[in-house]
Design a binder for this molecule. Structure first.
Ligand code: HEC
Length: 236
């Protein structure tokens, strides 16, 4: 009995994490298979407006959660914060309403399941060095202070961007949103000693945001695809 209840809760949490914008009419099975490798979600903002987000690749691919330990993942799901990343965007609700309510044992079971997923995801045509170059100075001036020249972040400043699944996601919507709108957790969740990331929508133009995104997507051994300024414009 206890076992099946715990299994049910683990499944419910996985479905919550896998909110990947896959068509509602698709079966649960398809939904979860697709969700593991990332996908797109639409979030309603006010009135008619909606915003696109991407769910990260949950597999152990280097563009997914390879750099996350089991402990990192369990801590993130339970508290909204780990040395690898903090929550923002649609994950705020998932963590506040769902995974933070699970027992430590159930969260560990979810994390163990996620860490067992075989590597997966689309092979991208990587951004070229020419496209990456213009973003370097923007990164140095605006981002390096918290995320570090090496992209490894800092205990008192912000999470690592080298190896980040958000940075390398096939659909760059969440990466664009973090830069446009900044990143903050929901109320009651603490990101340790990190500073708050401000929005850059009023500071950087579309092409500057695309440039810095491309710098991140090709640097530190990443092979993610290019981001166009048009897509940044759509995210505003
Ligand atoms: C004042 C410190 C600070 C600065 C400056 C800053 N960030 Fe951040 N950044 C953070 C913090 C803290 C988080 C985690 C926030 C959260 O999870 O709610 C974060 C999160 C991110 C993430 C999500 C990473 C992940 O894997 O979850 C990306 C991408 C990012 N920042 C990119 C940038 C870029 C690009 C710039 C420059 C334009 C920048 N940041 C400037 C502090 C900063």
């Amino acid at each position: 009995m206890a076992r099946s209840r715990s299994l049910y809760r683990v499944l419910a949490a996985l479905i919550a994490i896998g909110i990947s914008g896959v068509d509602e009419s698709q079966t649960l099975l398809l939904r979860s298979r697709r969700a593991r490798q990332g996908g797109s979600i639409r979030e309603h903002v006010d009135g008619e407006k909606s915003r696109s987000w991407s769910a990260v690749n949950l597999t152990s691919s280097s563009a997914g959660l390879k750099s996350w330990s089991l402990d990192d993942l369990a801590k993130y799901l339970r508290t909204g914060f780990s040395p690898r990343a903090g929550t923002f965007g649609p994950m705020n609700k998932v963590i506040a309403n769902s995974t933070s309510k699970l027992t430590a044992g159930d969260v560990r079971a979810v994390a163990t399941y996620i860490k067992s997923l075989p590597q997966g995801g689309e092979a991208a045509t990587p951004v070229t060095p020419e496209l990456m170059a213009p973003g370097e100075a923007i990164y140095r001036d605006r981002c390096q202070k918290c995320h570090g020249a090496s992209g490894r972040g800092g205990i008192f400043t912000g999470p690592p961007l080298a190896g980040s699944a958000i940075v390398q996601a096939e659909d760059p919507s969440s990466l664009i949103n973090v830069i446009l709108y900044g990143a903050g957790p929901s109320k009651g969740i603490s990101l340790g000693a990190w500073e708050t990331m401000r929005p850059y929508a009023d500071v950087l133009g579309d092409s500057e945001i695309a440039a810095v995104a491309n710098y991140l997507r090709g640097n530190w051994g990443h092979h993610a695809s290019r981001v166009d300024a048009d897509l940044v414009g759509k995210g505003r």
